[in-house]
Ligand binder design. Structure first.
Ligand SMILES: [Zn+2]
Length: 236
């Protein structure tokens, strides 16, 4: 019974993500936003609400290599040579992943596509995208948020000078270790990453706007309010 069912999904799953909506109204989504805009948090909440998986390139790449799929082996040959995995291989792995049964209701892509070339590859491969959500947060807000993060250098516990203070400033509640700013959270590093985002990924906002798929989610400090905005955009 179960075998028959998975065989059915295997046959049916591929066409499901490619063809027009069928009955259950799958939601194929892309989540865009600068590093620090809260993508991970929102992806997790939306996935639970809609019962769809969040898919990031890092995870599917690792899984494909580990499982030794055709695309995975291709990717591995580039990685072993110390080269970047080309877009066609990444998007090929993505396509394989999206044909799995858990994507029948849809999916959220987080961190892919990263560039116009990847977005074009997704189109070319016939992967249907219903809506692209852009979490729009001003750079200075992101710098302030990330600049306020503190990490215990001994046990790794994380704090925030505004949102999650330690009992004693600069000292870890758990182990008494010293709280430091990670290199990734230093304003200079954050600004560098924002610059890369604006240059590489932001053109995607226009790409999907032109295709009538973009929904801009304005910044809100409350996680719940942001989720509510996203759900509203999905119903529209
Ligand atoms: Zn600690």
């Amino acid at each position: 019974m179960l075998g028959l069912f998975s065989a059915f999904l295997l046959l049916y799953g591929t066409s499901l993500t490619l063809d027009k909506k069928k009955g259950s109204d799958p939601m194929n989504l892309i989540l865009l936003g600068a590093p620090g805009a809260g993508k991970g948090t929102q992806a997790e909440i939306i996935c639970a609400k809609l019962n769809i998986p969040a898919i990031s390139t890092g995870n599917i790449l690792r899984a494909a290599v580990k499982d030794g799929t055709e695309m995975g082996l291709k990717a591995k040959s580039f990685m072993d040579a110390g080269a970047l995995v080309p877009d066609e291989v990444i998007i090929g792995i993505l396509k394989d992943r999206l044909s799995e049964a858990d994507c029948a209701n849809g999916f959220i892509l987080d961190g892919v596509p990263r560039t116009i070339a990847q977005a074009e590859a997704i189109e070319k491969m016939g992967i249907r995208i219903d809506k692209v959500l852009e979490l729009s947060v001003a750079d200075d807000v992101i710098v302030n948020r990330m600049g306020g993060r503190r990490v215990c250098e001994k046990c790794g516990a994380s704090y925030h000078i505004v949102n999650k203070k330690s009992k004693v400033e600069g000292v870890c509640d758990c182990c008494g270790g010293k709280l430091v700013i990670r290199k990734d959270d230093q304003p200079a590093t954050v600004l560098d990453r924002l610059k890369a985002y604006h240059e590489q990924t932001e053109p995607l906002v226009d790409f999907y706007r032109q295709r009538g798929k973009l929904a801009v989610i304005p910044f809100n400090d409350s996680i719940e309010a942001t989720t509510a905005e996203i759900m509203k955009a999905l119903e529209a």
